[in-house]
Design a protein around this ligand. Sequence first.
Ligand code: ATP
Length: 319
Amino acid sequence: MKNIAVLTSGGDAPGMNMAIRAVVRSGFHHGFNVYGVYNGFKGLVEDDIKKMTRETVSRILNRGGTILGSARYEAFKQVEVQQRAVENLKRRNIDGLIVIGGDGSFRGARDLHTLGIQCICLPGTIDNDIASTDYTIGFFTALNTAVESIDKLRDTSFSHQRCSVVEVMGRHCGDLALYAGISVGSEFIVTPETGYNKQQTIDAVKTSYQRNKRHTVVVVTEHMVDINDLAKSIQEEVGYETRTTVLGHVQRGGTPSAFDRVLAAEMAEYGVELLSRGIGGRVVGLRGMDYKDYGIDEALTMKKTISRKRYGIVGRLVH
Ligand code: ATP
């Protein structure tokens, strides 16, 4: 193998640039030419592929987003479309591809691997919803952003004696809400893992109000709760003035934390090393203090285990 490529796909995440940089630098170390594919699988199909140099990746490690751009490109699920991507790679004698993204991107990589391109997947998503790694690239930066924002909300909600219902991202994974909830001392969290019980949520706020707390924070994972309806009910039943905030895409941006930079660099280095040994079709993950790799299908079928201990902590710290 002499030529490899790298792309970012799905939702962008802080730390993706560090991963791109590390693929390029580490690729050079192994004697590869490294190509950058712009806008994910879409760019691969549209032949938006350029050779990377040291200069193309200089001064990017502290930048959020991805210099290569990302895309959601449904058409890539069709094998004829995937074939066009393979042709574009083969024309340049590119045999290895590093795909940085979430589980959807891993599916695309698996299909490309079946069509003869050695693919390595790096988990890059703020949601931390990939079971084959303890942490994904971008998660801790997004968490810090959420925590900083909720801290600020607490300041104002304390001053006015209010309850704040805050919606954070996470898709179908409650980690952002759970870790943010612990970090800010939230009175109640609602995640896909806990499920949503409206009355239970209102009762928790009531308990807090009856203790004369000047501020109460409820953190919820997106797509689970009609937060305006919840706020209205809290106000009516508890008498606690309640405001809602959707943190939204602000959680995706910003300079990556040191942890995400190290994670991105080490995962990328690990992935390139696999390609240098002629190994593809793998997903890189962090397990404890070590990096591991798994078959793409194996990684995709893994189930994320819920940290019951962490959920227990929320309840015990508050009540
Ligand atoms: P995030 O977790 O940030 O949403 P993701 O990688 O899971 O990231 P998706 O939108 O699910 O984001 O997938 C990214 C892209 O991967 C899709 O737009 C599509 O191009 C490709 N993809 C997703 N699923 C498949 C599939 N089953 N087969 C082939 N390609 C796929």
